[in-house]
Structures are given as C-alpha cells and as structure tokens.
Ligand binder design. Structure first.
Ligand code: PLP
Length: 450
C-alpha cells in the first residue's frame, strides 16, 4: 500500500517493496567516522543533514545505512549513478578488468580503452568522434576550453551566469555562481545573462537572451571569441532548462564570430533527460566539443571530451597526457554502462517515469503555495520552493527542513540553486513509477506538515 492521497487522513507513505537484504554491517558507527572526518579531512568539506548518513551498501535505486535502513536514492549519488548502485553488470565488468589488467595508459594499446572510445563516438552526432579521457567533469571542461583556445588562437570564452563547470582554475572561472568561486583569476571569461524561464528577465524567449551574447562579443571582447560553453540543463544551478531556441541562436552567433561551441553534458548527458541521449539534442544543436563525466561510469571516476578530428588535431602538436584518464577499469565500467542503458532501455524509462513524475510534481505545485516552480526533463527534475510566489522569495530554511523530513521518511534528494532552495531529483535511471509515487507522496506529506 502506497499512501492515501486524500488531504484529510494522510497516512505516512510506505516505501515500495524491494526484494533484497543487504549483508550485515560490522564497520565503525557513524559518530566515529564523523569524528575522524572532522580531524583528518579538509574542514571546508560539507555534507547533507545535520547528522550525515553513514551509507554502507547500495543496490540499484536504493541505499542502506549502518542500521540496515533502506533509502530511496532520488539524487542518484549526484546524478552520477546512472544504471543503479552496484549494478551487477557494471560490477562484473570492473572485477573482470581489475583481474586482467588494473592499470594501463595511452602509452600502450589496450582494447578496453579503444572500445569505449568507439562506443562513445557512436553515440554522438556529426563528426564528433575523437575522444580524450579524463577523471572528472572539471578536467574534461578544462581540456575542452584549452582545446578551443588552441584551435582558435583566441582567449575569450563566454559562459552563463548560474553555470557550474568545475572547480579548477579555468572551470571555476566559467562557473557563474559566487558561492562556487574563490579568488580565481578569471582570465578572458565573460558571463552572459542566464536564459532562465522562471527567473530570467526575458521569460522563455530564448532568442532575446541570445542577443546578449552578441552584445558581449561586441562590447566585452575584442570581437574574437574562442568559445561558448554551457550546460543544456543547469544542474548545480537548480535544474534550469535553457529557454527554448536559446542554443541554436547562440551557436549561430558564436560561429559567425569564429568561435567554437562547447556542450557540458556532465549532468544532463547519457540518457538522463529521456527524450534524447544528450541534453543538447533537445535544443537541436550539434556542438563542436562535448564534455561528459558523472553518469558515464555509473559513479566510477571517468570523464571525457569528444570533438571532431579537425579540432582534436591541435593537441597532436603538443604533449597532452593524463596518467589516469581512460584507465581500463574505468573504461570497462563505461562500456558496461552503455550496454546496460541499451539492454534495460533506461533512456526510455527515464522518459516514461520522468514524465509521470513531473506530472505528479506539477500537481503538488497546485496544492502547495510554497512550490514556486517544477521543471526539468526525464529524470533530471527540479522543484523550487518560494515563500512568496509573486516575489519568488527563496524558501531556503523550508527547503532544508523538508529535505531532512523526507530523509527521515526514507528518501534522499539533492539540493541546489544559487539560493539553495531547489530540490534536485536525479535518481538512477532504473527508477520506477512506484518509486516516483513514493517520492511524491513523501514530499506531499512533508509539505503538508510545514
Ligand atoms: N559540469 C557540470 C555540469 C557539473 O554538474 C559538474 C559537477 O557537478 C562538473 C562539470 C564538474 O564535475 P566534477 O565534479 O566531476 O569535476
């Protein structure tokens, strides 16, 4: 029995049945780990919940804590777990490769690395077929920007306000949120107006926002740009779908100015949005460089930059090397992920379950004044909480409170947006309709109690 949806006698929703028992945990308790963490890990580290969970086991869309309590992982790691936690096929691929050859580099031949590069290329449109492997999304974006600068011989890069592209020098520069930027030298980076349909000045008119890119090039640069870089749906920024028509208009402007278009698919790519395999396809554009990470290894450290042979050529004139990029264990995981997505029709599932979930979330918006916006595509959805719908005042404290309450009821979700008032729902793509019902019933229950 799922929860009753009647307002008056709302009962605590019950988690869907899941036929699995984790092995008993005999490791240290959460308090002990937390103490060690405070002593030995960087003090700048943050965590979810006042008392962070000690998660010790994962199975598909579920996680288990040290007491064997089950949680529905509606955040999917951080949109990293695409197939499901410890998916048997991915685990098996990792184990088999680890036994055969646990480490190699591109100095030698290794078919696992090459096979995954070929498989990735087959998922991309046009001439996008040369792959460079990295270990993270940050590294992939750093490399993409460097390639664009080398290829064009120019320095200026345009990115979006509210973007998140990573935490190294160049990527922290293109990131467009003060909360994620320290005192970096933001060399040659220009932030354009965010085409945010909910909070943006031009509403859903993508072409109007695009005009600002033209303006920036003319008035903010020498007129010569190396690249434009953006996500197709902003993740960390609070699941912001770029206004329709935005990317085609901007890509035109950038290409006319002689620059390259970089698509950061770290979060939206790899079947997550359901309707398409890549987020940029939703706006009908073909980038010059595509970056990816997170879901491509089901959470294993793996990133990639894919570009055209012509652009890739620039690196043959330089010594570009990455010790761990494309490690055979990671690329074996990547290959398994692609096979699972196909075999289990996870893109279709993201579309079907995601559409259903979004509909149910929209109904929640009708019911509660505090829900200001519901947005996103497939299994990349956002729910923004505001204390005043007219003024769109961020309901930050309420967001934290509800997140905690939801966790107590067995559901983990993410949080994001500049104001920290957007729930991020990015579960593993094996998420079911029953999971979606449970998630919404739990949110409904928590919202009814504030
Ligand atoms: N790009 C996007 C869109 C991201 O969401 C992230 C991470 O959240 C990154 C880049 C950086 O990736 P990583 O944390 O693997 O360096």
């Amino acid at each position: 029995g799922l929860a009753s949806k009647k307002d008056d006698d709302m009962i605590t929703p019950r988690m869907p049945h899941f036929d699995y028992s984790p092995p008993p945990y005999d490791g240290p308790a959460g308090d002990e780990i937390l103490n060690k963490r405070r002593e030995f890990l960087s003090p700048s580290m943050f965590y979810f919940y006042e008392k962070p969970l000690n998660l010790v086991h994962g199975k598909m869309q579920y996680l288990y804590d040290d007491n064997g309590r089950r949680y529905l992982d509606a955040f999917g790691g951080i949109a990293t777990v695409s197939c499901g936690h410890c998916h048997p096929d991915v685990v098996e691929a990792i184990i088999n490769q680890t036994k055969r050859l646990q480490h190699s580099t591109i100095l030698y031949l290794n078919h696992t690395i090459t096979d995954f590069a070929e498989a990735l290329a087959s998922k991309l449109p046009g001439d996008l077929k040369v792959v460079f492997f990295t270990n993270s999304g940050t590294e992939a974006n750093e490399l993409a920007m460097m390639m664009a600068r080398l290829y064009t011989g120019r320095h200026d890069i345009i990115s979006l306000r509210n973007a998140y592209h990573g935490n190294a020098a160049a990527t922290m520069g293109t990131t467009g949120q003060s909360i994620w930027k320290f005192n970096v030298v933001q060399s040659g980076v220009h932030h354009t107006i965010n085409p945010d349909p909910y909070r943006g000045v031009f509403g859903s008119d993508g072409e109007k926002y695009a005009k600002d890119v033209e303006d920036l090039i003319q008035f903010g640069t020498s007129g010569k740009v190396a690249a434009f870089m953006s996500e197709s749906i902003q993740g960390v920024g609070g699941i912001v779908e770029l206004a329709p028509g935005y990317l085609p208009a901007v890509y035109n402007i950038i290409r006319k100015a002689g620059g390259l278009c970089i698509a950061d698919e770290v979060q939206a790519g790899f079947a997550r949005i359901g309707s398409h395999f890549w987020g940029f396809e939703n706006q009908g554009v073909v980038p010059d460089i595509v970056t990816m990470a997170k879901g491509i290894g089901n959470g294993i450290p793996l990133g990639a930059v894919v570009t055209t042979p012509e652009i890739a050529q620039v690196l043959t004139q330089h010594n570009y090397f990455n010790t761990f990029g494309g490690n055979p264990v990671c690329t074996a995981a990547g290959l398994a992920v692609l096979k699972v997505i196909e075999k289990e029709k996870l893109q279709e599932n993201a579309h079907v379950v995601g559409s259903y979930l979004k509909e149910r979330l929209l109904a929640i918006k009708d019911k509660y004044e505090i829900v200001g916006d519901v947005r996103g595509k497939g299994l990349m959805l956002g729910v923004e909480l505001v204390t005043d719908r007219e003024l769109k005042t961020p309901a930050r404290a309420e967001t934290l409170h509800i997140m905690d309450k939801i966790k107590d009821m067995g559901v983990l979700i993410g949080k994001g947006g500049f104001y920290g008032n957007v729930f991020r729902i990015t579960p593993p793509l094996c998420f079911t309709k029953e999971d979606a019902d449970f998630l919404v019933d739990v949110m409904d229950y928590a919202l009814s109690k504030i």
